[in-house]
Design a protein around this ligand. Structure first.
Ligand SMILES: NC(=O)c1ccc[n+]([C@@H]2O[C@H](COP(=O)([O-])OP(=O)(O)OC[C@H]3O[C@@H](n4cnc5c(N)ncnc54)[C@H](OP(=O)(O)O)[C@@H]3O)[C@@H](O)[C@H]2O)c1
Length: 303
């Protein structure tokens, strides 16, 4: 019988693409969602309500692997105190809920794999290339990722192999970060943001999904792994490449940092700062990027 993989947040941008890849590799896929969904031929849906500590326990009891992608959008609303709590709770509490089911039922898993983000290294720009040993930052994103990752310790304490995928900006077709930018660049209204020197560690969605697949099959993988290309893509490089893909060149002036700060508040740090990350550890685990150059990656998302 095929191994069952339970995805939290499986209905999202990454989850949908990962579901297809897993099914194509012969896994059976279940999804935990806050919304009642119609069952499909290939996917079993289970319901949970994190705020009220409700989870359909069968989802966990039938799982061989769990991949935790669920979480409120980091950049969808301004970071009020309430919003910050929602962002953290929506990542931490699901892990606590899953742990309680595993613990209560003395149930094990082949592995628990959780998303995290390269934001753990902090929202500032430096020439440093962050690796998995680089300490977490004290700013909001650093603390969020740290709490998200620390929550997985309870599952690890049950003797379950636990892997964390510290994800960069995910480039994919019709969704995610590019969905917001492409209309501007398509009609030649894109421009560099702030100084343009802030690094943008990126990864193509196909590569990210392959990393999750590797985390399932490579039983030597444990702990955090950066999932982003190590290159010199900063905002200026990225903006020029995206304009080029649409056969334009940038003509508008840079958008000044203070304008972005006025519009986005503290959240502006996400677009105004950025550091490079090292992909050495995931490559040492046997991963080969299909997309390591920005332009072909962008073309595949747009054409
Ligand atoms: N996309 C990126 O560039 C990127 C970069 C770094 C890290 N990541 C991380 O990777 C994970 C998946 O990203 P994504 O882009 O696929 O996100 P997404 O499209 O926003 O999907 C996230 C999913 O999480 C679930 N969710 C949202 N709010 C929730 C809440 N309050 N409680 C429980 N579940 C909730 C939703 O599923 P239901 O509506 O079905 O419940 C949603 O489909 C996220 O944790 C994200 O932070 C993404």
């Amino acid at each position: 019988m095929s191994k069952n993989i339970l995805l939290t947040g499986g209905s999202g941008f990454i989850g949908k693409k990962l579901t297809t890849l897993l099914i194509n590799h012969g896994y059976s896929v279940s999804i935990l969602s806050r919304t009642e969904r119609k069952p499909s031929k290939d996917i079993t849906y289970y319901k949970w309500d994190i705020e009220n500590n409700y989870i359909d326990e069968t989802s966990v009891l039938k799982a061989d692997y769990i991949i935790h992608l669920a979480g409120e959008g980091i950049a969808t609303k301004k970071w009020s105190r309430k919003r910050k709590k929602e962002i953290i709770d929506s990542r931490e509490k699901p892990i606590e809920l899953i742990y309680s089911v595993l613990n209560k039922n003395n149930k094990s898993l082949d592995a628990f794999i959780s998303a995290s983000a390269v934001g753990i290294y902090g929202v500032f720009t430096s020439e440093n290339i962050c690796n998995e040993e680089t300490p977490a930052a004290n700013d909001f994103l650093g603390e969020t990722c740290q709490k998200w990752e620390t929550a997985t310790e309870s599952i690890k304490s049950l003797g379950i192999r636990t892997v964390i995928i510290r994800t960069g900006l995910v480039l994919g077709k019709g969704d995610g970060f590019l969905k917001k930018l492409t209309p501007l660049f398509k009609y030649s209204f894109g421009s560099i943001i702030g100084t343009g020197k802030q690094y943008m560690p990126w990864i193509h969605i196909d590569d990210l999904c392959s990393i999750y697949l590797l985390a399932i099959t490579n039983t030597n993988m444990n702990g955090p792994f950066n999932a982003a290309v190590t290159d010199n893509t900063n905002n200026a490089v990225f903006s020029k490449a995206l304009a080029k893909v649409y056969n334009h060149s940038l003509w508008l002036p840079k958008v000044p940092s203070f304008v972005i700060k006025l519009i986005m508040g503290e959240m502006s740090n996400i677009v105004l700062t950025g550091q490079r990350v090292s992909s050495q550890k995931i490559e040492n685990a046997g991963f080969k990027f299909k997309y390591s150059n920005l332009e072909p990656a962008l073309i595949s998302c747009i054409k």
